[in-house]
Design a protein around this ligand. Structure first.
Ligand SMILES: [Zn+2]
Length: 143
């Protein structure tokens, strides 16, 4: 069983330029120059897929409860306010050492654990989703 975090509008995204970091969605009026002639500081053309975060149910719980601190929210299905997620991520310093779970076995139930690297990648994807959702005025959906 797994949970996906995504945007309902989700068909387009704006990648960042690997050369200058320019991004049309996040910085529509860049004041920088870029060596890449196709970029001009705006970043490459949009691509047809927003990031989506797919995690195991247990990790969805860690994201909702431990990382974002929603103690009352449903763990496997719901909507998150984009501005609120941005705020919560920034208050956590975009880090979540407290959410690290060592691999463990209890009876026949084996838990894979969560390492810092994986949590950090969740945080980055959530941050991108929250930024896009905020700009589009929509929530992050998860189910
Ligand atoms: Zn560039």
């Amino acid at each position: 069983m797994s949970v996906s975090f995504y945007l309902r509008s989700g068909e387009t995204a704006f990648p960042s330029c690997p050369s200058c970091g320019g991004n049309m969605a996040f910085n529509p009026a860049p004041d920088r120059e870029c060596a890449d002639a196709s970029c001009l500081g705006y970043g490459p053309e949009m691509i047809k897929s927003t990031p989506e975060l797919n995690v195991a149910n247990a990790n969805a719980r860690v994201i909702i409860r431990d990382l974002l601190g929603y103690t009352e929210a449903e763990v496997y299905e719901g909507e998150l306010d984009a501005e609120d997620v941005k705020l919560r991520l920034s208050m956590a310093g975009y880090r979540a050492a407290g959410a690290v779970r060592p691999a463990a076995q209890q009876g026949n139930v084996y838990s894979c654990g969560l390492d810092l690297e994986r949590i950090q990648s969740y945080i980055e994807t959530l941050g991108t989703l929250a930024e896009l959702a905020s700009r589009r005025g929509e929530p992050i959906v998860y189910n």
